[in-house]
Design a protein around this ligand. Structure first.
Ligand code: G3P
Ligand code: MG
Length: 250
């Protein structure tokens, strides 16, 4: 089995995270998947950003939920990373989906509903995904598992994964009970008995956020379903070498 490489927030290490530039880079290196995070603006637009506040990744200040889309679009989401990305905007999910319209890999949409519930975000995301990615793979995830249950009620065919830091006892029972097909686990938890047990029970395990080459290597050897990384190009190169060495040893 081949471990898929999912680009975290686009290609976080070498592009401003969760921007169209980051998603373009993830596609350029042929990532198997792309992960991004979503929130709702004051006027109920789905936008792509990691934090609840715009402070870290733009030149603005305040909570996304207090910005209208128009106000959010006035911010610069690239300069904080490098002057080369000055003028990069906070993308809407619609804009990201338009860019990724032909991306054949898996799109992992993480609902950032941990602190702000963003009522109706599930319906809004599903509507957009059904329009732009009807025949392409999408996996939803969230640390807020209530969101995933709501999602199931909105779209019973949605594929979703539980985001977790910790190792649960009998992790497959809870995963199945919630209707998820996978756990997206903190790297040390994924590389444990929990990761093994989930896979033995036919569930998928994707580890985050795997940035050290020696840990990427461990995950290839362990045979996890995917790793989510800020360095997709490094992980893909390493996987190629790993596969070549394995093949020549056969
Ligand atoms: O989905 C994996 C990872 O993105 C979860 O953590 O904080 O980077 O969204 P975070
Ligand atoms: Mg995320």
């Amino acid at each position: 089995m081949r471990t898929a490489v999912i680009a975290h927030r686009g290609s976080k290490a070498n592009r401003p995270e969760n921007t169209l530039a980051a998603f373009e880079e993830a596609m350029r290196v042929h990532s198997d998947g792309i992960e991004l995070d979503v929130h709702l603006t004051k006027d109920q637009e789905v936008v792509v950003m990691h934090d609840e506040k715009v402070n870290r990744t733009t030149n603005g200040k305040g909570q996304i939920k207090n910005f209208t889309l128009k106000e959010l679009k006035e911010l610069d989401a690239g300069s904080w990373f490098s002057p080369a990305y000055r003028g990069e905007k906070v993308p809407t999910l619609k804009e990201a989906l338009e860019l990724l319209e032909d991306f054949p890999g898996v799109l992992n949409i993480e609902f950032k509903t941990d602190r702000n519930g963003y009522p109706t975000i599930e319906e809004r995301v599903v509507r957009l995904v059904n329009k732009y990615r009807a025949n392409l793979p999408v996996v939803y995830s969230s640390f807020n598992h209530e969101t995933l249950v709501r999602l199931r009620n909105v779209d019973s065919s949605a594929d979703y994964a539980l985001l977790l830091w910790e190792r649960l006892a009998e992790p497959w029972r809870y995963t199945r009970q919630v209707g998820a097909t996978a756990q997206h686990l903190w790297e040390p938890s994924a590389l444990s008995e929990t990761g093994k047990q989930l896979q033995e029970h036919g569930l998928k395990v994707r580890a985050w956020t795997v940035n050290k080459p020696k840990n990427m290597q461990k995950i290839f050897e362990f045979g996890l379903d995917a790793l989510i990384t800020d360095y997709p190009e490094v992980a893909l190169d390493l996987r190629r070498s790993y596969e070549q060495i394995k093949k020549s040893a056969e």
